[in-house]
Design a protein around this ligand. Structure first.
Ligand code: URA
Length: 202
């Protein structure tokens, strides 16, 4: 599929998602925060759910956590526009609570369709919620992060700390969440370059 057709498909999917009322999160939302970025990205970032700024603007990761994510990406010269960014749930959970299992399952088909259209080589899951869902794991992000896992259709998954966690833990000392994230994003940058070099048509 060429980039334009893909964009049209993602756009029509987003349009459909904007009408979604499959779970109670639809009641209080201002926006459906579908996702944004490169429709042919080989690297995709998946967070938990929109916060206040995201709900207001309709864009993922544009509040304080989003600024932190952009900064983390920039540290390894990854441009935000070159990747695709979305969340497990597309509507803000009240008070930014963790989305329930029912809400995540109700929203799963939107995410599965986004992944099927974009066909990334590597998905970075941010924090406990997407990491545990993708890996069907009970361990926390502290245990899961920093390793590559293979997921469906040959796509790799790499869990990292959620950027909000970094905002709450600003220390940069060795072994701190910030330090580990710095190592993790370098591992992501290295892995994606290798996967790109191995992918057909590169
Ligand atoms: N936190 C998330 O998990 N996603 C966003 O889009 C913003 C904050």
């Amino acid at each position: 599929m060429d980039e334009k057709a893909l964009e049209l498909n993602l756009d029509s999917l987003a349009e459909e998602a904007r009408q979604c009322r499959q779970c109670p999160l639809a009641e209080q939302r201002t926006s459906v925060v579908f996702g944004e970025g490169n429709p042919t990205a080989d690297l995709m970032f998946i967070g938990e759910g929109p916060g206040e700024v995201e709900d207001r603007t309709g864009r993922p990761f544009v509040g304080p956590a989003g600024q932190k994510l952009t900064e983390v990406l920039r540290s390894v010269k990854i441009d935000r526009q070159s990747v695709y960014i979305t969340n497990m749930v597309k509507c803000q959970p009240p008070g930014n609570r963790v989305p329930t299992k029912t809400e995540m399952e109700a929203c799963w088909d939107w995410l599965a369709a986004q992944i099927a259209l974009i066909r990334p080589l590597l998905i970075v899951t941010l924090g406990n919620t997407p990491s545990q869902r993708f890996l069907e794991a009970r361990e926390g992000i502290g245990q899961l992060r920093g390793k590559l896992y293979s997921w469906k259709g040959g796509i790799e998954v790499f869990p990292m700390f959620h950027p909000s966690y970094l905002l709450r833990n600003p220390s940069k000392t060795k072994g701190s969440p910030k330090h580990l994230t710095w190592l993790d994003i370098q591992a992501v940058a290295d892995r994606i370059s290798l996967l790109r070099s191995q992918s057909p048509g590169s």
